[in-house]
Design a protein around this ligand. Structure first.
Ligand code: F6R
Length: 608
């Protein structure tokens, strides 16, 4: 949510800032800005409402050879998207970009005199506060930043420059990520390592409560209490192709299509098809510790939450004596929920930075409960703070709507469940089908994507003009339906809601009319006939049903049928989810919307 970049070195700062912002645009895209400083302290501040291309237009008439600067792409929290609310914000000679929220900005504003506020943002209060502390002396900018931050309540990742010190950038974080890239005669800064890819592989991930002064040939980090911090240089693993569209029109389609490979990466080295066992090193739990687990709490938001819901259906099928609660992080963090001692919490997050999920992680840890991360972004805050974890390794997810992460998060959790079942002595025979299907899943995903694309494209024109949709499923197909509905609504803006088939008669059936279409998930299995009866009830009310099914002799007279011929049965809802992802993608293309950057949304929700 919002992106930050910074550069100090020998090259053109404007070039890096713009290219870095383009890479981070998926994190916020309502306005953007950069400021660069010349050697003699002349500042060039450029800001524009809307996408980075608007900023680039301004750049045409304002090219500079400056070698230091900071930039920002915004997702509005305080103040509407506009040029005046775009970052960098300025007070005196100081310029600042900020991710996060300053909660006590009104109170802080009362301490500031002599600043003519131009924007409605909390960020301008912070830069004015820093300016009020800015005095001559050693490290004038860093000292002013530290004094101001000691008064701040809220979350921030900030980068600050002063036209009086045009050789350094001061950066600090509390709850909002920042990565410092170490180059040769240059130091780079970004809120997400993807902006650094191709420039350097060496990075320092700043921790909460740390302040760094970065120059072209040095990085110095201290805590807010002035204790020195030793530099922890890590390697950035992402390569350039992972953050490019690679021949696809959109990242969303690329990421949907990548799932055979991305799931294979999740499984790599963790599953032994021959003896049917799963081995996960990351959680760091011995067999004795796994045996003791009686309760799982699965915490996530949005798609990660849905992955947790679906995983819970599976884990309870094969793990004896275990209860599982899957919770929405933004709710759970404020509940006074009792967690039994013999629990483990699975903290699920693609970005590893989601504010609510992070808050839950911290409060669960405080209760003495072991936390296991199911995270994608390597080195992210959640990944670093959990007691143990399993990276899903799906590579960068750039499209705002999450797709490949869902599949791998879900399977990673099921694999964790399998390790518990193994430790509890569940015979391998009973787990065999799960393991075999997981091993077969990447190939089944490949087949399903190939099989479903054309049929989906053929039917979407019938559905682009609807404003409402109902997604329906039973058992494991129910959480899959929830995820399918989320995907459709967030990219196509069709109001889509999911219900368990059995709930239809308890209310939602009243909705069925020509304004709605219904997406019915109909996997083979014990509950198939019951789901068919529910479909009949919708048909009897002239519902417009799209059925997704793997039943070979499916012959219900519904409006559209999307067939899956894979032999996968237990995990058929995962395959059905792929079909729903494709459906959401092609409906949105049919409507002509920006499928990678839906309105009002941004990737990585680092504010509450
Ligand atoms: C939906 C979507 C969001 C995220 C949610 C959690 O397509 O992308 O619902 O799943 O914001 O994000 P992470 O997994 O980064 O914690």
């Amino acid at each position: 949510m919002c992106g930050i970049v910074g550069y100090v070195g020998n090259k053109n700062a404007q070039d890096f800032l713009i290219s870095g912002l383009k890479r981070l645009e998926y994190r916020g895209y309502d306005s953007a800005g950069i400021v660069t400083l010349s050697e003699n302290g002349e500042a060039t501040l450029l800001r524009a409402k809307g996408k980075i291309v608007n900023l680039e237009e301004k750049l045409l008439e304002n090219r500079r050879e400056d070698k230091i600067g900071i930039g920002h792409t915004r997702w509005a929290t305080h103040g509407e998207p506009s040029e005046v609310n775009a970052h960098p914000h300025q007070a005196g000679k100081i310029y600042l970009v900020h991710n996060g929220i300053i909660e006590n900005y009104k109170e802080l504003r009362r301490h500031i005199s002599g600043h003519d506020f131009k924007s409605q943002t909390d960020t301008e209060v912070l830069v004015a506060l820093i300016n009020s502390f800015y005095k001559d002396g050693e490290y004038p900018l860093a000292n002013a930043v530290v004094q101001a931050l000691k008064l701040v309540k809220g979350t921030y990742g900030i980068a600050v420059v002063s036209a009086e010190n045009p050789e350094e950038i001061v950066v600090a974080r509390s709850g909002s990520p920042l990565v410092i890239g170490i180059g040769t005669d240059e130091t780079l800064l970004a809120s997400d390592a993807s902006a650094l890819v191709g420039h350097t592989k060496r990075a320092i991930y700043l921790n909460d409560g740390e302040v760094a002064v970065i120059r072209k040939d040095s990085v110095e980090i201290k805590t807010l209490n002035a204790e020195p911090v030793s530099l922890r240089v890590e390697e950035i693993e992402t390569n350039l192709s992972a953050i490019q569209k690679g021949g696809y029109d959109h990242f969303l389609l690329k990421e949907i299509m990548e799932q055979p490979e991305s799931l294979a990466e999740t499984l790599r080295g963790r599953i032994n098809a021959e003896d049917g066992t799963v081995r996960l090193g990351g959680p760091g739990l011995s067999a004795a510790e796994l045996r003791k687990i009686k309760h799982l709490v699965i915490v996530g938001c949005g798609t990660a939450y849905h992955a947790g819901l679906l995983a819970a259906y599976y884990i309870e099928q094969f793990t004896p004596e275990i209860t599982i609660e899957t919770v929405i992080a933004s709710e759970y963090r404020y509940r006074n929920a009792y967690i039994p001692e013999d629990s483990v919490a699975l903290i699920v997050s693609q970005s590893g930075e989601t504010a609510d999920t992070l808050a839950c992680l911290r409060s669960i840890k405080e209760k003495g409960i072991r936390t296991i991360g199911i995270v994608n972004a390597i080195g992210s805050t959640i990944a670093r703070e959990v007691d143990g974890g399993t990276y899903v390794h799906v590579g960068p997810e750039i499209s705002v709507a999450s797709t490949k992460a869902f599949t791998s998060q879900m399977i990673a959790m099921v694999m964790f469940g399998l390790t518990i079942a193994q430790a509890k002595g569940v015979p391998a025979m009973m787990l065999k089908n799960y393991v075999e299907e997981i091993v077969a899943l990447p190939e089944a995903i490949r087949e399903t994507l190939a099989e479903a694309t054309e049929p989906v494209k053929e039917i979407v024109s019938n559905y682009v003009d609807y404003d409402h949709a109902i997604y329906l499923g039973r058992d494991t197909a129910y959480p899959a339906a929830m995820e399918g509905a989320l995907k459709l609504k967030e990219v196509s803006y069709i109001d889509a809601n999911a219900y368990a088939f059995g709930e239809l008669k308890h209310g939602p059936l009243a909705l069925v009319d020509d304004r709605f279409f219904e997406m019915a998930l109909l996997p083979k299995g014990e509950l198939y006939e019951k789901a068919v009866s529910n479909v009949q009830e919708v048909l009897a009310r002239n519902g417009h049903i799209i059925a997704i099914t793997n039943v070979e002799d499916f012959d219900l007279e519904v409006e559209s049928v999307l067939r899956i011929s894979s032999k996968i049965e237990l995990f058929a809802p995962v395959l059905m989810n792929l079909v729903m992802q494709l459906f959401a993608y092609y409906v949105t293309i049919g409507k002509g919307y920006n499928v990678d950057q839906p309105r009002n949304l941004a990737k990585s929700v680092t504010v509450e």
